[in-house]
Design a protein around this ligand. Structure first.
Ligand code: FAD
Length: 322
């Protein structure tokens, strides 16, 4: 389909997010012969991150460093990426379907008058042409999309397309592009994190999500303990957030985060359609609920009918021993 694909990388606290590497793998699936060019924007030195991008499969990297790119803003990043796009004239652009990806790609696609396929969870090959699979109707159905012509942006859902194995022997050119990033109307003065430190929910391989059945903020403590043992993150239903058991940054679902971990443990969650929209594509779903008729059991691979406060400590004990 194409011969040059840009992959826009994303970092958090100076660390590249895994979805950057997944986007490189996606680009290779779109066209295994294409030249893959990583694009990194930021306020600090990007050379270490650029090397990482090459180790994970990019052929070369263009970095844009500017004080106005220290924190993400629509205006700043679109100026930086647009300058690279103009230089490189790529045939396609791939990025993570993250908060930044969801903001930046439609803006650039509109400016460039090009197509956008968002939230792809898989890419198939149809006689050499990529076919993008994306969930619709809150994950109840999937549609297949193809590119008919021209430059197209593609965003991929984190945790769905496996990153390539890191290969430290890979080499590639790292070039710096000077862009006068200016006229920024939004100034980020400070970022106040509400979510707990630790594993990022949208990239976690294991999620322990609590619902109203957890009963209180204190009731979440055993969930955090289990998450620690499994190296996972804690999430929540909107019911639990509305009841102030935890912060809205943990909310999973239609109006919260969409997650696809390897293991999702739903604890005291009834399984409302709006919750399922954010987690039903998880690879293995375990539901713990005292109501055997709870809807969550309809999407669960394994179900435990029981009381949260008896089951979770037992699970944690068992996992500690393995
Ligand atoms: P409940 O439905 O009250 O379920 C609690 C469950 O806990 C029950 O099944 C009960 O049997 C079980 N339980 C109780 N005690 C125990 C115990 N001791 N041990 C074991 N099990 C126990 N919801 C979301 O989650 N995410 C969203 O993004 C979202 N967006 C929405 C958008 C809109 C426009 C609307 C209208 C709603 C949205 N909702 C969303 C809300 C959604 O409809 C449900 O109200 C919510 O998901 C319910 O949360 P819950 O399952 O924690 O609570």
């Amino acid at each position: 389909m194409s011969d040059k694909l840009l992959v826009i990388g994303e970092a958090r606290d100076g660390e590249l997010r895994n979805v950057t590497f997944e986007a490189i793998a996606a680009a290779k699936t779109i066209d295994s012969d294409a030249e893959i060019v990583g694009v990194l924007c930021g306020g600090d030195d990007l050379s270490t991150s650029a090397q990482e991008v090459i180790y994970h499969g990019a052929d070369r990297v263009v970095t844009v460093q500017h004080d106005n790119l220290k924190a993400y803003t629509s205006e700043g990043y679109s100026q930086a990426v647009m300058a690279v796009v103009e230089d490189e004239s790529p045939d396609g652009i791939v990025m993570g379907h993250t908060a930044i990806g969801k903001d930046l790609t439609p803006k650039l696609a509109a400016k460039l008058d090009t197509g956008l396929i968002s939230d792809a969870t898989d890419i198939e090959n149809d006689d050499g042409d990529p076919v993008f699979i994306r969930p619709i109707y809150s994950g109840k159905a999937f549609e297949k999309k193809t590119i008919t012509s021209g430059l197209t942006f593609v965003t991929i859902r984190p945790n769905n397309i496996a990153a390539l194995e890191r290969d430290d022997s890979r080499t590639g050119e790292v070039a710096t592009k000077d862009v006068d990033v200016k006229d920024i109307q939004t100034i980020i003065k400070d970022v106040v994190r509400k979510a707990s430190e630790g594993v990022d929910l949208s990239e976690a391989n294991v999620i322990i999500a609590g619902g109203r059945g957890v009963k209180s903020a204190e009731g979440f403590a055993p969930l955090y303990e289990l998450a620690d043992v499994l190296g996972g993150a804690v999430g929540a239903s909107r019911g639990a957030c509305d009841a102030e058991y935890c912060d809205y940054s943990l909310q999973i679902g239609q109006t919260g985060k969409v997650v696809t971990p390897d293991l999702y443990i739903a604890v005291g969650i009834s399984g409302a359609i709006q919750h399922l929209a954010g987690m039903s594509n998880s690879k293995v779903i375990v539901a713990i609920n005292k109501d055997p008729e709870a809807n969550i059991f309809n999407v669960a691979d394994y179900g435990i009918v029981g009381d949260v406060f008896e089951v979770i400590p037992k699970l944690t004990e068992q996992f500690k021993q393995t």
